[in-house]
Design a protein around this ligand. Structure first.
Ligand code: SF4
Length: 634
């Protein structure tokens, strides 16, 4: 056991990740470190930044920036904000309190549409058609859905304010990502270095203040910045910059999903002007080694999966030590995170997106990695997918019980890439044995071991929604992808879930190597039939992206494509362009696919020919119109 009472560790969630619930990385690390006797703390600067940017004082600062702009040059969002400024000032704190769930009765006033100032974002409401000419939101929320309707209106209000912030103070700001383009697949550090050397914006200044507050409150010797996505990297560097300017002796460490995916070939020494150490893959083992090193109990050459700067050059040190088994990583703790401050926003009227942005779900993993690890578009060569490691159902339910006891919340989002059916069954058995009531949702593969009986058992155990990859609905392409499912199997499995009352969301893909226009039209026809037969209720089309860590990126010739050469890399590496000899314009097709899907989710156009959604002439689908019905045995 590491006993390092002098080395207080503070883990920070940098802006931006999500607003409705904490990103789980710091909760896992803090739980793990405390179990090992380390004085570990955590804080969520992503949420705190948003709460701080939407105070009356910050709005006044925004107005001053707005007014510094000549009136004629102000875009509509700023004109609307300036004209209704007093009403924004009077309502902003109340709206945040409402979205935090602290003041539900305010819903009636918000839903009346006479309370909140309305900016350009509210124009989207005109897109909702009401045949009777009444309330355009009635179709979505019904006559009684006052809370939801008010949440949607309050979200539009916040979106208006975010537009003002972007126009007047910092064009890089968004609620779920911040300055993402500075980090995503950026071969060199130059764009990030330039942004970090630029004068701070209102957002940067606010973040610097919050960083110094956190440092003063916790007095850490080590600060961990976990960056899950490219949209949280710039802020992590700003936080480290503030800390180093304040006290260079505080040790700063960078890790997380972005690092694990994109910084595997890091050679840029300037990163170490901000961070003393950069660690790869699961943080537990590298951190234990690092804390022992900082405590003088381990030499530098015995660090694990850690980049350092030595004599001006980057060096990767990796004393190969086994990772901590999943059964021993301990229970995450949310202690220290502002649990009553998260905002339940209701942005898109898509039932699955709603689960992602609404409600304070406890995030937990059923297992480490993916038990399938074969899909050719997936980063299966990386540890977080490729190293499968599970714990027993007893351990999992022990963790669930500990989390419920700590947070008082019984809703869980299992954040596995694909939760294994055997584990889910064992989990359901164990929950039933202990008579423990929870709600849960997560990702799975649509594989045949999810029988109707198992789907019903999972529903009884609290499962309310599942999502899984149908990708390109085409048996030829599903085989090429090594997805291990077929379209008729997906139909039967998803129907089993739906019949058990579980919401089903399908991840859909377009633009996979060798995908033709005919394949795309056929795939949409399958999707139409799946909606029509009640197999799926929600979906999202993603454009295929080739990454260097996937089988397609590693063996492009097996998929009939040629990779475009990458520039020399000293910083981030992930996406790679490719040439597909089929030469299909997937961007144009993607617009039609998303339009069709949006309508299908609202039950519109399900009996019409799929060709109606395309602007250009496309071939007739080759799929029999009763394919899915036949697969279901009708
Ligand atoms: S796409 Fe999903 S199921 Fe396939 S290997 Fe990746 S994580 Fe596993």
């Amino acid at each position: 056991m590491t006993e390092s009472p002098g080395l207080r560790v503070l883990s920070l969630i940098p802006p931006m990740t999500q607003l409705n619930t904490p990103y789980p990385s710091t909760a896992y690390l803090t739980g793990f470190l405390r179990a090992r006797g380390v004085d570990a703390r955590q804080d969520d600067l992503a949420l705190k930044l948003v709460l701080e940017l939407f105070t009356p004082d910050s709005l006044a600062a925004l107005r001053a920036l707005t007014r510094a702009m000549p009136a004629k040059k102000r875009p509509p969002a700023l004109q609307s904000f300036d004209a209704q400024f007093d009403r924004y000032l009077a309502t902003v704190s109340a709206v945040l309190g409402f979205l935090q769930g602290r003041d539900p009765t305010l819903a009636h006033r918000i839903a009346s549409r006479a309370f909140l100032p309305e900016g350009p974002r509210f124009a989207s409401l005109d897109a909702y058609y009401d045949p009777d000419g009444g309330d355009p939101l009635a179709w979505a929320f019904g006559a009684l859905g006052v809370q939801d309707k008010a949440r949607h209106l309050a979200t539009l209000y916040l979106n208006d304010l975010a537009d003002v912030l972007r126009e007047a103070a910092d064009p890089r700001f968004e609620f779920v990502r911040y300055a993402e383009s500075l980090a995503m697949a950026q071969p060199t550090f130059a764009p990030l270095a330039a942004a970090l050397a630029a004068p701070p914006t209102l957002v940067d200044e606010t973040l610097a203040r919050l960083t110094l507050d956190a440092v003063a409150r916790h007095a850490p010797r080590v600060v961990l910045l976990s960056v899950p996505f490219p949209g949280s990297v710039y802020a992590a560097f700003r936080i480290a910059q503030t800390i180093k300017a304040h006290d260079p002796s505080i040790v700063t460490v960078l890790g997380g999903g972005f690092v694990n995916t994109e910084l595997r070939e890091l050679t840029e020494p300037r990163v170490f002007d901000y961070f003393d150490y950069v660690t790869l893959d699961d943080g537990e083992r590298p951190l234990l080694a690092l804390l022992e090193h900082l405590d003088g109990k381990r030499g530098k050459s015995r660090l694990v999966r850690t980049y350092v700067r030595e004599d001006g050059a980057v060096r990767y040190i990796n004393l190969a030590e086994p990772d901590i088994p999943f059964a021993e990583v301990g229970t995450p703790t949310w202690d220290g995170l502002p649990l009553d401050g998260y905002l339940s926003i209701l942005d898109m009227l898509n039932p699955m997106h709603r689960l992602w942005s609404d409600g304070r779900w406890n995030k937990l993993t059923v297992a480490h990695g993916c038990y399938w690890k074969k899909c050719s578009f997936c980063d299966v060569s990386l540890d977080y997918i490729g190293r499968y490691d599970a714990a027993s159902a007893e351990v999992l339910v022990d963790r669930i019980e500990a989390v419920v006891a700590e947070t008082g919340q019984t809703g869980f989002h299992f954040v596995d890439e694909a939760a294994p059916p055997k584990m889910l069954k064992a989990l359901a058995d164990e929950l039933a044995r202990r008579k423990r009531s929870i709600s849960w949702w997560g990702n799975i593969r649509f594989e045949k071991s999810f029988t109707p009986e198992l789907c019903q058992q999972l529903a009884d155990s609290g499962c309310i929604a599942i999502s899984g990859g149908l990708e390109v609905a085409s048996d030829r392409l599903l085989t090429l992808m090594k997805k291990g499912v077929s379209v008729d199997q997906v139909a039967r499995v998803t129907k089993g879930f739906s019949d058990a009352g579980i919401l089903v969301h399908a991840y859909l893909m377009y633009g996979f190597p060798t995908q033709t226009v005919q394949d795309t039209v056929d795939a949409l026809e399958y999707v139409r039939q799946l909606f029509d037969a009640g197999c799926i209720q929600s979906g999202f089309f993603h454009r295929f992206v080739c990454t260097v860590h996937s089988p397609v990126g590693q063996h492009p010739d097996e998929y009939g494509i040629k990779l475009k050469p990458l520039p020399p890399i000293s910083f981030a590496k992930n996406d790679v362009g490719f040439i597909d000899p089929t030469g299909v314009d997937h961007d144009a097709l993607g617009v039609a696919l998303n339009k069709a899907l949006y309508n299908y989710m609202h039950g519109i156009g399900l009996d019409e020919d799929v060709r109606r959604w395309f602007d250009t002439k496309v071939p007739k689908p080759r799929v029999p119109r009763n394919f899915i019905a036949r697969a279901l045995g009708y």
